[in-house]
Design a binder for this molecule. Structure first.
Ligand code: 1HE
Length: 270
């Protein structure tokens, strides 16, 4: 098992409750903008998470904003060449691929700005919970730059490429119910606390067998990029492994013996 506390993460605070790790971005003085060092820390953390025994992660941020995207000051001051920035993007891709495909569910608790690279980071999480302050934007067009952290794949998948093009061309901001409606987040809480619901969801998720969670968080995305022919084969193969796992036997027995809960809406009036 990898000890996450042994990692060198000066800007990400870690805490664990049961099987859930909370990873908090701690650069609120910069609105959690992503510089090369923060990306290095995200790469290291999410490479280690699958080997740590953690069963779900809540990704959240210190301060009023989740993440202001690319560190524009660093980018300006370094005056990078094309080749250098391409390497920066490869680091972002590595970090966010580690988040999305590590096999451990990641729930992002969002607030304030989730913009540019901040939205790229959030879209690598499996579940996004927004609060009333959360807003989503891709201000790259206005800044004279382009997305480089996977948005052309992940954000385009969430909202559709035509909406993404509009966001980048016009700087359009989505928030609240409209952000839900276009698919930027799956949950919207009434107040200004997305973390409580994110923790509740994570606590629920860790009750599933880890192999099921790994298949759900990784296989669906991989399969969606395959041809139909290959996808059916891959799905059957994964289901062959997951649906016959030892951890599912008791759950199936519970259904057969009528002790397991049924899948139907709660009787409690809302
Ligand atoms: C930053 C950054 C940053 C804040 N890089 N330093 N991202 C953007 O275009 C968003 C840029 N940021 C903003 O529009 C605003 O800062 C916020 C709306 C996020 C927050 O506003 P506010 O009033 O709460 O804070 P602030 O006073 O603007 O920022 C506080 C400090 O954080 C300030 O530094 P200070 O030294 O003056 O105290 C800001 O300069 C600093 N800060 N955001 C660097 N992004 C792989 S390609 C990805 C491409 C993109 O991500 S494009 C989107 C870039």
């Amino acid at each position: 098992m990898t000890d996450l506390n042994a990692l060198d993460l000066p800007n990400i605070a870690l805490s664990t409750q049961g099987d859930v790790l909370t990873a908090r971005l701690m650069k609120s003085e910069k609105r959690n903008a992503l510089d090369e060092e923060m990306i290095r820390q995200l790469i290291d953390l999410f490479a280690a998470v699958p080997k740590s025994g953690v069963k779900a992660v809540v990704l959240c941020a210190d301060g009023p904003h989740f993440c202001a995207g690319l560190d524009l000051k660093e980018h300006y001051n370094k005056d990078r060449s094309a080749a250098e920035f391409m390497q920066v993007c490869r680091g972002w891709h590595q970090a966010f691929n580690n988040i999305q495909h590590g096999g451990v569910p990641v729930v992002a608790a969002l607030k304030g700005a989730v913009v540019g690279g901040g939205l790229e980071l959030a879209s690598a999480a499996h579940i996004r919970v927004a609060d009333q302050t959360t807003y989503f934007a891709l201000p790259e067009g206005q800044r004279g730059i382009f997305t480089g952290g996977g948005a052309t794949v992940r954000v385009a998948e969430l909202v559709g490429k035509h909406r993404m093009i509009d966001m980048m061309l016009t700087g359009r901001i989505y928030m609240k119910q409209e952000a839900m409606d276009v698919g930027l987040c799956q949950y919207l809480v009434a107040g200004e606390d997305s973390e409580t619901l994110a923790q509740e969801l994570a606590a629920k998720i860790v009750q599933n067998p880890s192999l099921s969670n790994m298949a759900i968080t990784s296989a669906i995305d991989h399969i969606s990029h395959m041809s139909g022919h290959d996808a059916y084969f891959a799905e059957a193969f994964i289901a062959g492994v997951v649906n016959t796992q030892e951890a599912s036997r008791d759950r199936l027995k519970g259904f057969v013996e009528k002790t397991a809960p049924k899948t139907k809406p709660s009787q409690t009036p809302s």
